[in-house]
Write a protein that binds this ligand. Structure first.
Ligand SMILES: [Zn+2]
Length: 58
């Protein structure tokens, strides 16, 4: 049995299976955000893209 372990978006708290990893340049910390939030932060110079997280690896 394989379960998809959804995780919470760090910005909106929705449970999602795919999150984008972005670095908050002000806090110098990594946050994992859903695609919707990614759309909002990708043009923001405060955030730097750092890859994609997926719930399922195989
Ligand atoms: Zn979100």
């Amino acid at each position: 049995m394989s379960k998809i372990k959804n995780k919470r978006c760090d910005l909106c708290n929705n449970l999602v299976s795919i999150r984008c990893r972005v670095q908050d340049q002000k806090l110098r910390d990594w946050v994992l955000v859903c695609r919707e939030c990614w759309e909002q932060v990708k043009d923001d110079s405060q955030y730097r893209y750092g890859g994609t997280w997926k719930a399922k690896k195989k």
